[in-house]
Ligand binder design. Structure first.
Ligand code: ATP
Length: 453
């Protein structure tokens, strides 16, 4: 059974070192979280699962890692500076500030139920910066609120350095910052978060085909790579489209409080490259863009066969890595009744997502041969290069098993007196709790098989 409440995950995250409140010892900071020893591993494994699928498994997508701070003009022409805002309302009775479009009932305060609420006002979501000695506090740069725009402005750089025919994509994983009115849902809505976004550049006549292709491909990734059951995921098409979008759909996951967005797939037409290109008049743009007199580069594509020079359309896939991790933790969380009033909490992660791939436990710690052999096994498993291998040299075996169940370690390997006699170790499996003895020489092969699952 998955977690019944996000609170189960919050408690596990703190207890076992996945996620801590940001600036905790100074009272915290709304919408900022710090990822602990196992949280960084799980995030890294999710990123890798995405990067493997989007880049290494294909010929048509390149990676990029753009700066987090960027020139104000970038966000002027992307439209963010003028319109990247949420409708903010304030309750005159209790002072609560809310996003009007996310209120349960827009006429009543979510906090106290009062109907005495202010008119909505646009609240700028971007975090402005004042960079350099001459800035004197004036905003001249922004922390990026998404990775996408920093990809569009590099379209020509990537294409010139690595020629591609349409369709092709550019993918990025990185931080984004939004001054959210009300961060909520643990890491669901934060002010600093991480996105994994891919912009796929297509011939305008192919846009609908690739929009459908990416919907299907991304949904399959959630089930196959993250292990989320298909029935816990759904598409929610946007009814009210952004002015530049031709079609948009959210991929939603069934969180304990209901379905909510984890990823978006968008047909953004030629809005983005069209907004940032030089000489906009030379192109017949479908989207309405701001006149751009500052860009120094044409973000267009020349078709070698037809000789046509045009602005490609963009199909975007935009995932929140923190939301993916939250969904994965909720889905793999289980509290098992073991009978006799005993129970255990276990994180049934797909092994390639597990923060620790295997734990090696010397059963007796005062016998040097057992400890040496345990260290030898650890070294061998580390040599596989598949992630974190832990040596457990404290606590009793029961406590070690409990801890590794809770952080989702697929196997524990125990070294004991018998190991010295017959060269076998005990493997204890996380999900079934079954144990078997196998030859020490076979441990690495076994672990490799498990981690592939
Ligand atoms: P929402 O409607 O929830 O505000 P959005 O539609 O603005 O999200 P996008 O701009 O499409 O989101 O961003 C892509 C993904 O980034 C989202 O699907 C989500 O997983 C993630 N994301 C967006 N905002 C946040 C946030 N404040 N905290 C954590 N993840 C976020």
């Amino acid at each position: 059974m998955p977690a019944k409440s996000v609170n189960d995950i919050v408690a596990l995250c703190k207890r076992r070192g996945f996620i801590f409140t940001g600036s905790e010892i100074y009272g915290g900071l709304g919408g900022a979280y710090d990822y602990g020893p196992y949280g960084v591993e799980l995030m890294r494994n999710i990123r890798n699962a995405w990067w493997n699928a989007m880049i290494y498994a294909r010929n048509d997508i390149e990676g990029l890692d753009a700066a987090l701070i960027s020139n104000r003009l970038m966000w002027k022409y992307s439209g963010h500076e003028g319109s990247f805002s949420d409708p903010l309302v304030e309750c005159k009775k209790c002072g609560a500030r809310m996003r009007q479009d996310k209120m349960k009932d827009p006429t009543k305060c979510d906090n106290c139920g009062s109907t005495d609420i202010t008119e909505p006002r646009a609240y700028q979501l971007m975090m402005g910066l004042s960079i350099g000695a001459m800035a004197d506090g004036a905003i001249n740069a922004y922390l990026r609120p998404e990775t996408a725009t920093t990809t569009y402005v590099n379209f020509k750089n990537v294409l010139d350095s690595k020629p591609h025919k349409l369709p092709f994509g550019i993918a990025q994983i990185g931080k984004a910052f939004r001054n959210e009115i009300s961060p909520r849902g643990f890491v669901f809505r934060m002010r600093e978060f991480e996105q994994a976004e891919m912009q796929y550049f297509v011939n305008p006549s192919d846009d609908e085909k690739y929009f459908e292709y990416w919907k299907k491909t991304r949904l399959a990734w959630w089930t196959d790579k993250l292990g989320i059951p298909a029935e816990k995921l759904r598409f929610l098409p946007h009814v009210k489209l952004a002015h530049y979008a031709k079609a948009a759909v959210d991929i939603e996951y069934a969180f304990p409080d209901g379905f909510d967005e984890v990823e978006g797939v968008h047909n953004r037409q030629d809005f983005d490259l069209g907004s940032h290109t030089k000489a906009q008049n030379e192109f017949k743009l479908s989207a309405k863009v701001l006149e751009n007199k500052d860009s120094t580069t044409k973000l267009s594509y020349s078709d070698a066969q037809t000789g046509e020079n045009f602005i490609p359309y963009v199909i975007e896939t935009a995932m929140g890595v923190n939301r993916a991790m939250l969904a994965v933790m909720i889905e793999s969380y289980d509290e098992e009744d073991l009978g006799d009033g005993k129970s255990r909490t276990v994180l049934k992660l797909k092994p390639w997502l597990s923060p620790v791939k295997a734990a090696v436990i010397p059963l007796v710690r005062n016998v040097p041969e057992i400890v040496d052999l345990s260290n030898k096994i650890v070294d061998e498993l580390r040599g596989l290069g598949i992630g974190k291998i832990e040596l457990e040299n404290s606590g009793n075996i029961g406590k070690n098993y409990r801890r590794h169940d809770e952080i989702g370690t697929p196997i524990c390997i125990t070294v004991d007196h018998q190991t010295l006699e017959d060269g076998t170790v005990t493997i204890r499996y996380r999900d079934s709790m079954e144990q078997e003895r196998i030859k020490t020489d076979d441990v690495a092969k076994k672990l490799l098989e498990i981690v592939k699952q």
